[in-house]
Ligand binder design. Structure first.
Ligand code: TXD
Length: 308
């Protein structure tokens, strides 16, 4: 039987995730959204592209969670952007309600599903799914770090004129301005980044990475990044479906790793058929530890503002 991936939220990231996933021919796809016609229209359009790209993927769109029955993976991208007059805390609790409902409705139809969360504030929404679903941490994985690391990789590759494939960058921490780009552990074909780039260039790349989301929001004027975030989800899903055991920076519920407990936080995570297989720990120096702690405070504050 074909594997099945359901994507809740058929907006920019949800639909683009379906696109990248269809290209990889990993599983049949379901798009669910509250807007009438939107998931149906986008999925029909994508289905009609399959003969052109030669992939046998069934794509269904629905306003009803019944379509998600028996999913192997559920991706949650549903949420609202901040509206004028809305505080961050208001947005947090509005999106928490949406993610809560998406979790409850999908989990009862797919009791063994692995969850990949995208909705912001990311680390806190992962916490909502894990708590509401009563799920083990292995089955709730947030997407943020692949995107942040990919931005840094793209900027380094551009600067040096080398292939993106030769550039390995690692970004830890919460998905926010306090993310922690690990320049010491990043490298180009094995050569440490700080030997490949002068300090000022490297500092500029780190700064652009931290502000990467905002740079795109400012350009688009409406909405936020969607190609790169959804490509990242497809990579996570592939590692799970194919049991590839790729080590990818993901938001994971920590239980003592990096000295942190009871929060979702961006760390390198090995992903296989059961979801999280293992958290990989870097040896951090004092400066890096201080950045991690600062980032963790932000995530803790966000979780404590939750009204579940
Ligand atoms: O790296 C990351 N984690 C992020 C996070 C990168 C990019 C986007 N990030 C966040 O993902 C963003 O801040 C939002 O919270 C979500 C979704 O972003 P997207 O760009 O896809 O937003 P859209 O285009 O507005 O799509 C959201 C869809 C839209 O079609 C709504 O109708 C739908 O969500 N929606 C719902 N679907 C199902 N059920 C409910 N209740 C619902 N409410 C809204």
């Amino acid at each position: 039987m074909a594997r099945k991936i359901s994507i809740i939220g058929a907006g920019m990231t949800g639909a683009t995730t379906a696109h990248w996933l269809a290209e990889r021919e990993l599983a049949d796809l379901v798009l669910v959204d509250v807007v009438k016609g939107l998931p149906q229209g986008k999925s029909l359009d994508l289905l009609e592209a399959m003969p052109v790209i030669g992939k046998d993927v069934r794509v269904i769109g629905s306003n009803d969670y019944a379509a998600t029955d028996g999913s192997d993976i559920v991706v949650i991208t549903a949420g609202l952007p901040r509206k004028p007059g809305m505080s961050r805390e208001d947005l947090l609790n509005t999106n928490a309600d949406i993610v809560k409902k998406a979790t409850e409705e999908t989990l009862k139809r797919s009791p063994n599903a692995i969850y990949i969360i995208l909705t912001n504030p990311l680390d806190t929404m992962c916490y909502v799914t894990m708590k509401v679903g009563g799920l083990p941490r292995e089955r709730v994985i947030g997407q943020a770090g692949i995107l942040d690391s990919a931005r840094m990789r793209a900027f380094v590759a551009l600067e040096l004129g080398v292939s993106v494939e030769n550039v390995a960058c690692y970004v830890l921490g919460g998905h926010g301005d306090s993310m922690v780009p690990l320049t010491r552990h990043s490298n180009v074909a094995g050569v440490p980044l700080n030997e490949m780039l002068p300090a000022d260039k490297l500092a500029a790349i780190v700064d652009r990475t931290r502000k990467g989301g905002g740079e795109i929001v400012a350009l688009l004027k409406q909405g936020s990044a969607f190609y790169a975030p959804s490509a990242a989800i497809a990579q996570m899903a592939e590692s799970i479906i194919k049991n590839k055991n790729l080590i990818l920076p993901c938001s994971i519920y920590l239980q003592g790793e990096y000295g942190l407990k009871d929060i979702f936080f961006g760390v390198p995570a090995q992903l296989g058929s059961t979801g999280l297989v293992k958290v990989i720990e870097y040896k951090l120096n004092n400066e890096e530890k201080a950045m991690v702690e600062k980032s963790a405070v932000e995530v803790k504050e966000s979780i404590s503002a939750l009204k579940l």
